[in-house]
Design a protein around this ligand. Structure first.
Ligand SMILES: *[C@@H]1O[C@H](CO)[C@@H](O)[C@H](O)[C@H]1NC(C)=O
Length: 476
């Protein structure tokens, strides 16, 4: 027994030493790379050969349109849908419960008003402009009014999969016109929400290799084209990575980076060690009580959950075009595939509800509008390919994964995010975190689900960054 205790103590000591040494290595590694930026890539993603003529850099107004033919085709497919009965008492544990799916399809067919939703989509001004050979769609909303002496702060907001710019429709007015929504108007934003190429109304890349860095380069060029030399960037899901890469490409242009999801890939060993020991030595790993609550039991909350919930990512990172055939051909299949994520990623516990809890946080019109954006643009395959381009070569293989992020960073950490990342992990990559807040509510789709909470967090983050900047400028 004493022997056992002694060996355990030795093992623990060794593990602690190992952590310290690794910590040092990571620290040295990061300080060495601190000033390195990610090179900007000159991509070209258009069809066929690149022509020698100058790219058309004009910005064209855009509106979503629909037609009778589009609806007739949709209704025909909805009417002919074939369902498989769910297993008894299976809820959402095997994926989308098709009995509940039938209810959604009936609503979609008989009550959902796409023409009205198209009007909703067109309530903000939208544009398209050609960058690197493809048409990039974006929403651009300027503040309707500004307090005396204030200027609008440009804010780029980037969505992810299986979302769209529609995720931002409720948060946009809170940022562009905060005073009118009972919020502080200390900072008023001019918001730019582009569709990731291959998503929604942006053209899909025609060449292989379009990844998060390519998207970051395109959005950087978009912001410069719009005349924004300095701006804030905000994102979750792929928006997290695209905005992160943008901050690595152009740290002088990105005044602050606000994320409602963080993930770090450069600290595997630290993660593993803290998974084993963090509960017993929270201080050693810089964990707060809330981190412990969200991370442990580690096997259940991190390891098994990753295995249970990442099958989709594996498929999309390997053979997106195959499963994509079915999804792009069947609106019902598409809705099941997309909305299952809106259920589980909003709250993991929703897997145990018969209706996946979807209507607890969202209304059917909003959910189906996002599905319709995928349906009418036929973008599911190109949207899924983004996983292959980002993950297909393996995690940890890309340059941006090894470079730190130096711009001021704010994290809104939602309690139901798929995988929790403590500040102590995030800091290993984002070396200038100025705010890290545990949000009281919310999951993966923070802007869509909790627009007020997210808007308030963005406000306070920008406040901190601006104040720091003010004092730094004074000190000079
Ligand atoms: C599927 O959802 C329906 C409607 O919400 C519910 O009545 C049914 O019990 C659910 N089925 C399973 C197998 O969970």
């Amino acid at each position: 027994m004493i022997d056992l205790c002694f060996s355990l103590a030795v093992i623990m000591l060794l593990e602690i030493c190992l952590t310290l040494v690794l910590g040092m290595v990571v620290y040295l590694f990061l300080t060495r790379k601190r000033d390195e930026t990610l090179p900007i890539e000159e991509g070209w993603w258009g069809k066929g050969q690149k022509s020698d003529s100058q790219e058309d850099v004009t910005i064209q107004p855009f509106q979503v349109e629909t037609s009778e033919a589009e609806l007739i085709d949709l209704f025909r497919r909805l009417d002919q849908a074939r369902f498989t009965e769910p297993l008894e008492d299976s809820r959402f544990q095997y994926g989308f419960n098709s009995t509940y799916l039938k209810k959604i399809v009936s609503y979609w067919r008989n009550q959902f008003d796409w023409k009205k939703q198209v009007e909703v989509l067109n309530m903000y001004s939208q544009f398209k402009t050609k960058i690197e050979g493809i048409d990039v769609h974006f929403i651009h909303v300027k503040p309707p009014r500004l307090p005396e002496g204030h200027s609008a702060k440009p804010l780029l907001m980037v969505h992810g999969w299986p979302g769209s710019v529609y995720e931002f429709y409720k948060i946009i007015p809170l940022l562009t016109d905060p005073a009118n929504h009972g919020l502080s108007d200390e900072h008023t934003f001019e918001v730019i929400c582009p569709s990731i190429p291959g998503y929604g109304f942006s053209e899909a890349p025609h060449k292989k290799g379009f990844n998060s860095v390519s998207a970051a380069c395109i959005f950087y060029k978009l912001m410069l084209r719009l005349g924004f030399n300095e701006f804030y960037a905000q994102g979750g899901d792929w928006g997290w990575l695209i905005c992160t890469n943008l901050a690595q490409i152009a740290p002088k242009h990105v005044k602050g980076l606000h994320l409602n999801m963080v993930s770090v890939t450069n600290i595997g060993v630290t993660q593993l060690l803290s998974g084993l020991l963090g509960r017993y030595f929270p201080g050693l790993f810089g964990f707060q009580t809330e981190d412990i609550r969200r991370l442990f039991p580690f096997l259940e909350k991190i390891v098994y959950r990753t295995l249970q919930e990442s099958g989709y990512a594996h498929i999309q990172a390997t053979k997106p075009d195959t499963v994509g055939c079915g999804l792009n051909d069947s609106p019902v299949g598409l809705a099941a595939y997309i909305l299952e994520k809106f259920s589980t990623w909003t709250d993991h516990g929703f897997r145990d509800l018969e209706d996946g809890g979807l209507e607890r946080k969202y209304n059917m019109d909003d959910l189906l509008t996002n599905v319709m954006i995928y349906w009418v643009t036929g973008c599911m395959v190109s949207a899924m390919r983004f996983y292959k381009e980002n993950l297909g070569k393996g995690i940890g293989t890309q340059k941006h994964e090894k470079l730190p992020v130096t711009v001021p960073t704010g994290v809104a950490s939602c309690p139901h995010e798929i995988l929790h990342t403590p500040q102590s992990w995030a800091q290993k990559k984002y070396i200038n975190i100025v705010s890290f807040n545990f949000m009281p509510r919310g999951g993966h789709f923070a802007a869509f689900e909790e627009p007020e909470l997210l808007a308030a967090d963005i406000q306070q983050f920008v406040g901190k960054v601006e104040k720091d900047q003010f004092w730094r400028a004074k000190g000079k």
